[in-house]
Design a protein around this ligand. Structure first.
Ligand SMILES: [Zn+2]
Length: 310
């Protein structure tokens, strides 16, 4: 029974077919079920990543397993749903068929269960949010979901930031357009599609060797502290037109959890990301571009989208 209960709880989180009914909402985090959501734990997410405090992991304290390896992300069978909190695509078929990730900070293989969107982003870098963040939620392959929810490294969530651009180049189009074409079918709570096959490898960051990683929590009830977060710092791009669609998706006024107090969080980054000077310059350039675009494009559309529902 306990196992079944936990299973349901997971799918409350994973599919957001709410076990608790529609009572949890991003509008009132103080009413979220799960004591740790309210009291706060030692490693709650999301957080603001302060790059000055990030540990470059030359000593392999946390990133002990070489480079990240993504297996089977090319042709993935998915179903999509608007669950009232987000738009989510879940992997279909046997667990053995799901894509897996390992390496980097991950000692085990983790199978992909679902991916979903937050707009604006939940994490930020040096206080700057991105227009969107995609979470690829993975479960440790040697565990049942109920077990994974009780292990400090039971889940691995790969996070990809999205930036907005009016005109995308061909590579940028390839990365995001395939999934974006399905969003219009998922505008209202309860809308569903199935039998979608996507090349998810394109949706991951263009630079998979450069990321931040830390031990954190789920960012929705019950905020279990079981997640190894891997957050790519190089974003993908989506078009203005596609981003504007998200402003009209029926999920309430917004769908990001407020940022959590920094407690025992230690954020690491692979040292390679810091060795190349040109890349460091690129990061600064991107950050400047981001700030400009954020204020010029994003807030305009988001605020407009929010206001239209108030
Ligand atoms: Zn999420």
């Amino acid at each position: 029974m306990k196992k079944f209960y936990t299973f349901i709880l997971y799918f409350d989180y994973a599919l957001c077919i709410s076990f608790y009914g529609p009572i949890w909402s991003y509008d009132d985090e103080s009413a979220w079920p799960g004591g740790i959501c309210k009291k706060g734990g030692k490693r709650q997410s999301p957080i603001d990543i302060r790059t000055n405090d990030v540990i470059k992991d030359f000593d392999k304290q946390f990133i002990k397993h070489g480079s990240l390896k993504f297996i089977g992300y090319e042709n993935v069978l998915l179903s999509g749903v608007n669950n009232g909190h987000t738009i989510q695509f879940s992997t279909e078929g046997d667990n053995e068929m799901h894509p897996t990730v390992t390496g980097g900070p991950l000692k085990y293989f983790y199978r992909l269960e679902q991916l979903h969107f937050h707009w604006l982003s939940e994490h930020s870098i040096n206080g700057v949010k991105f227009p969107m963040e995609i979470h690829f939620v993975h479960v440790r392959s040697d565990l049942e979901v109920s077990e994974a929810l009780n292990k400090r490294d039971g889940l691995a969530i790969i996070s990809v930031f999205c930036n907005i651009q009016t005109e995308l180049n061909e590579d940028q189009k390839k990365a995001s357009e395939e999934i974006m074409q399905h969003i219009p079918m998922l505008m209202r709570t309860g809308h569903r599609i199935s039998g979608v096959i996507l090349n998810l490898s394109k949706l991951l960051s263009p630079n998979k060797n450069s990321y931040f990683t830390y031990l954190g929590s789920l960012t929705s009830p019950e905020c279990n502290e079981v997640v190894v977060w891997i957050i790519f710092d190089n974003p993908i791009y989506i078009s203005d037109a596609h981003y504007r669609l998200f402003g009209k998706v029926g999920v309430g006024r917004h769908n990001f959890r407020s940022q959590q107090r920094l407690n025992y969080h230690q954020v690491f980054q692979p040292p390679d990301a810091f060795i190349s000077t040109p890349k460091a310059i690129l990061i600064v350039t991107d950050a400047l571009k981001l700030v400009t675009q954020f204020f010029r494009n994003v807030t305009r559309f988001v605020v407009k989208g929010f206001k239209s529902r108030l």
